[in-house]
Design a protein around this ligand. Structure first.
Ligand code: CP
Length: 344
């Protein structure tokens, strides 16, 4: 890994998106997550790495998987995890996002994880926070970086490689932050990415991201290694990108019959939540091609890796500035395991 591509404290101040990360940085994050995957399968899953650190999960949009896994990740690292949700916060009283973030920072968290319906919200608070690291847990239509990382880790485990693959994204690519993060990640790795959806959702603009655009399932699926189902967003259906969900489903639902014919070796992923029978057949999501459970499991490991590396960076900076901080991380087994994993 070249020096400038390494995840040094300077290079990894926040995680706001996949766009801009290098191949080495992505691989380093995934290698670190693999160490945590092993730890998560032990009888005792908790390690002392981040004792005394605090992670605030500021979720101003609904979430099941991401919020829960960030909380579990922080707790397994022995950090204190505090959850703030939209309907129970003073945001409902009209407090601005910047004021909320500054208020939380005054309580000295090390990491602030944010989900927000507005694209760019994590970037905005990162610009206003001086000492906490910010992690994007999904912002509007922009990015969902930890989702793309956990998807990549799942693909690597399932296929044994992250190189030379054809990834097909099916569904609401236009309004999918998961799609955008996956496109950035797989284009950096040199993989082929195909999007398939009605012309209103899979627009020619995607070609500028290095992606092949299709409106019919058969040619899109041909030879796919990974097929990812994207949720048709009910909350936006008023905008009428498809006439009805029934019509959409007739043409674009991922079925075992289609996969068996056009992508017989493919695995299937879904970021969740999914609508059975609309985007994906139950026989597929519950069948042997599906790695959905592995994705959820890897979500914890990836988020542990992100929180761990950010806190490590913050501690290293504190150490440079005031001769304090790094020593509280060096006594744990993770450092040894990471060194061992890297050497191997
Ligand atoms: N994949 C995902 O972001 O799911 P949640 O909305 O439940 O967090």
């Amino acid at each position: 890994m070249s020096k400038e591509n390494a995840i040094t404290p300077a290079a990894f101040r926040h995680l706001l998106g996949i766009e801009g990360l290098s191949r080495d940085q992505i691989n380093y994050l995934l290698d670190t997550a693999e160490v945590f995957t092993d730890i998560n399968r032990r009888k005792i899953k908790k390690v002392p790495s981040l004792r005394g650190k605090t992670v605030i999960n500021l979720f101003l949009e609904p979430s099941t998987r991401t919020r829960t896994s960030f909380e579990i990740a922080a707790k397994r690292l022995s950090a204190d995890a505090v959850n703030v949700s939209g309907d129970s916060s003073s945001v409902t009283k009209g407090e601005t996002l910047i004021d909320t973030a500054r208020t939380l920072e005054a309580m000295a968290p090390d990491v602030v994880v944010i989900r927000h319906s507005a694209s760019g919200a994590p970037q905005l608070i990162a610009e206003h926070l001086s000492s906490s690291a910010v992690v994007n847990a999904g912002d509007g239509l922009h990015e969902h970086p930890t989702q793309a990382l956990l998807d990549a880790l799942t693909i690597k485990q399932a296929l044994g490689t992250l190189s030379g693959i054809k990834l097909v994204l099916v569904g609401d690519v236009l309004r999918s932050r998961v799609a955008r993060s996956n496109i950035f990640l797989h284009r950096v790795l040199g993989n082929k990415v195909v999007v398939v959806a009605p012309p209103t959702l899979a627009r020619p603009e995607f070609e500028a991201m290095g992606v092949e655009v299709h409106h019919h399932m058969e040619p899109a699926l041909e030879g796919a290694n990974v097929v990812m189902s994207l949720r048709m967003k009910k909350e936006y259906l008023g905008q009428s990108f498809v006439p009805t969900l029934e019509e959409y489903s007739h043409k674009y639902c991922i079925t075992e019959k289609l996969l068996a014919k056009y992508a017989p070796e493919s695995i299937v992923l879904s970021p969740g939540p999914f609508i059975r029978g609309t985007e994906i057949e139950s026989a597929v999501i519950d069948g042997p091609r599906s790695y959905y459970d592995a994705q959820v499991e890897n979500g914890v490991a990836v988020r542990m890796a992100v929180i761990y590396l950010l806190c490590r960076g913050l501690s290293a900076r504190a150490s440079t500035e005031s001769d304090a901080g790094m020593e509280d991380l060096v006594d744990d087994e993770i450092i040894e395991e990471l060194a061992h994993a890297k050497a191997g």
